[in-house]
Design a protein around this ligand. Structure first.
Ligand code: FES
Length: 244
């Protein structure tokens, strides 16, 4: 494999226009995209196509093991984790790698986006357990898998129903709601979460399964959503049904 052309969509900050910058990467293809970004930053003057380029690439990372979700970005058109994606797997026939920020969040700078809307919507849904948590052996497996959610935003990137500033919270909300439904005792708080879930998720999910395919934590999202629906909506329907 010869030289790789790396194209990065850049933006100094949210008030300035984005632009693309190219780098001619000449090292081994057997490195992660995260390491590629580090390499470019260390050799910016030599690799940048544009003479005089010296503004370091801005991106986020922490664990470098696929555990924190910080490095999520769009890699050759597909959202994923830069630390878990390897150049030799994704370089296309023309020898290019295109790196862009997640498109459904405001850009802070280059590949860094502001994902605080995820945390805000989780607060609005009141996704926490009040009082002692209940252990339910039957749902333990799903609970464990749902707890792997990185809140990285990859599922929202591919979700056809999710749009920024919309009421719909997307799969990340549904996955995290499942743990509250299973671990909370019956309480006013739990009823509140169910109502919010119905309002902000249940009616708008079109169940394409794109979220499950893209999830870097390999969460069986559709199964978890089914369980959340069962607990929050179906049981309410049964109550009404049996009352008739
Ligand atoms: S740096 Fe933590 S998931 Fe990539």
């Amino acid at each position: 494999m010869g030289q790789i052309k790396v194209i990065v969509k850049r933006q100094v900050n949210s008030s300035l226009e984005p632009y693309h910058e190219e780098y001619a990467y000449d090292g081994s293809p057997h490195i992660s995209v995260l390491n590629l970004l580090e390499y470019i930053n260390m050799n910016m003057a030599r690799l940048a196509e544009k003479a005089g380029a010296n503004r370091k690439l801005q991106y986020q990372s922490s664990c470098e093991q696929g555990l924190c979700g910080a490095c999520a970005m769009v890699i050759n058109g597909t959202p994923g984790l830069a630390c878990r994606t390897f150049c030799h797997d994704i370089v296309d026939k023309s020898g290019c790698i295109l790196l862009e920020p997640l498109s459904k969040f405001p850009v802070v700078s280059d590949l860094i986006v502001d994902r605080s809307i995820i945390y805000e919507s989780m607060k609005e849904l009141k996704l926490w357990v009040e009082g002692n948590a209940v252990y339910r052996a039957k749902s333990h497996n799903n609970q464990y898998q749902a707890a792997q959610c990185l809140q990285c935003g990859c599922c929202l990137e591919v979700c056809p129903s999710y749009a920024r500033n919309d009421l719909f919270v997307g799969p990340v909300g549904a996955v995290n709601a499942m743990n509250v439904f299973q671990m909370s005792q019956q309480s006013e708080h739990k009823q509140d979460v169910k109502k919010q879930y119905k309002k902000k998720f249940y009616g708008d999910c079109v169940k394409t399964g794109a979220c499950e395919k893209i999830c870097p934590a390999e969460i069986p999202v559709l199964g978890v959503i089914s369980e959340s629906n069962y607990v929050s909506v179906w049981k309410i329907w049964q109550l009404f049904g049996s009352a008739k």
